[in-house]
Ligand binder design. Structure first.
Ligand SMILES: Cc1ncc(C[n+]2csc(CCOP(=O)(O)OP(=O)(O)O)c2C)c(N)n1
Ligand SMILES: [Mg+2]
Length: 339
């Protein structure tokens, strides 16, 4: 069983206190985002299986609590948001509508990248393109954080990367530069246990990854239960305020699980049916719904209603996206700027 490990010391919070300070509206907003991402990925995968989506397809299902907590706490307009090819959720959270997301997958002009990027290259004003080179984008994130210092803005850069990316030299160089130059960046390692079919313990000489690296560079780090949206929200809120003042990098390692294969073409021979069942029992959405009910913030009926409403909205978005015109080859240079 590869569930999040319990023998590490997580940065955790009292759920009652977190809910109390965020209020009911914010709590429902976080749940709404998680459910929207879940249905987006679900319908997108169906479209992929129907042959409507070209290229690769990497689902974020299972990991929702991390980016929903982060963007929910920080606010999309207070950060630069950098991530990998597993980029649909962060795009939806930073300004891409479900219609523009589906259209991008379908390769049509309504897409967030005008249908020219596809699944791995969603883009928003706050998120400069999903990145396909494992680890390479940590240098890009470092550049964005440097820009904040150079231009004197108040942004913090959030750079999400996988456990697999932590074995890449460029991440070490990025950490070194970010620490040396005191850059306002939070590296968020989404440790979903696997880099394709390779267990992180077979690829990395350190565990926990984030705290070990942080010790080397003398910077702050946290282990986060990435299946708990309240912990995620509160941690990002506190870290954001600190980094704005200190301008020092921070590493957050979020222990999580992807419920789906690495990509749609993954045969998943490395996980058993029992592993998957155990992983699904950690569902961050179900966990959060239970907490909301226990704290009298919503009834089961209200949550069911919310679920159905979002499901219908997302389905309608897919239908709207399907009506878009195919990507136009004559449009290939639009939006590409240079001197
Ligand atoms: C530099 C580089 N090497 C190898 C690959 C092939 N590749 C694509 S995804 C992946 C695994 C990455 O795993 P991880 O960083 O844990 O992210 P996850 O897919 O789990 O989110 C690999 C090796 C690549 N895209 N780039
Ligand atoms: Mg991984």
């Amino acid at each position: 069983m590869h569930a999040p490990l319990s023998n590490f010391s997580y940065t955790a919070f009292d759920p009652y206190q977190v809910l109390n300070s965020m209020g009911k509206e914010k709590a429902i907003e976080l749940l709404t985002h998680m459910i929207r991402i879940r249905y987006f990925e679900t319908f997108a995968e169906t479209s992929y299986l129907e042959g409507l989506v070209a290229g690769f397809f990497h689902s974020y299902i299972g990991q929702e609590a991390i980016q929903v907590g982060a963007v929910g706490a920080v606010g999309k307009d207070h950060g630069h948001w950098i991530t990998t090819y597993r980029c649909h959720a962060l795009a939806l959270l930073t300004g891409c509508s479900p219609v523009a997301g589906f259209a991008e997958l379908l390769g049509n002009q309504l897409g967030c990248a005008k249908g020219r990027g596809g699944s791995m290259h969603f883009v928003t004003e706050r998120m400069p393109l999903g990145q396909g080179i494992v680890g390479g984008h940590t240098a890009l994130g470092t550049g964005f954080a440097f820009k904040s210092i150079y231009q004197g803005d108040d942004f913090v850069t959030y750079c999400f990367l996988g456990d697999g990316a932590c074995a890449q030299g460029v991440f070490y160089e990025s950490l070194n530069m970010a620490t040396l130059w005191s850059l306002p960046i939070v590296f968020v390692i989404e440790n979903n246990v696997w880099g394709m079919g390779t267990h992180y313990k077979r690829a990395l000489a350190m565990d926990p990854i984030g705290p070990s690296l942080a010790k080397t560079f003398g910077i702050e780090s946290h282990l986060l239960d990435g299946m708990n949206v309240l912990d995620s929200y509160q941690l990002f809120k506190e870290v954001h305020e600190r980094v704005k003042k200190t301008k020092r990098p921070v590493i957050i390692e979020a222990k999580t699980q992807r419920f789906k294969g690495h990509s749609r073409s993954d045969t998943e021979y490395y996980r058993t049916k029992e592993d998957l069942e155990a992983i699904r029992s950690l569902d961050p959405i179900e966990k959060f719904k239970t907490i909301l009910i226990q704290n009298n913030l919503a009834s089961p009926e209200q949550l069911k209603e919310l679920d159905v409403r979002i499901k219908n909205e997302v389905y309608e978005s897919l239908e709207t996206a399907k009506k878009g015109m195919p990507c136009d080859i004559g449009d290939i240079e639009t939006g590409v700027e240079g001197d």
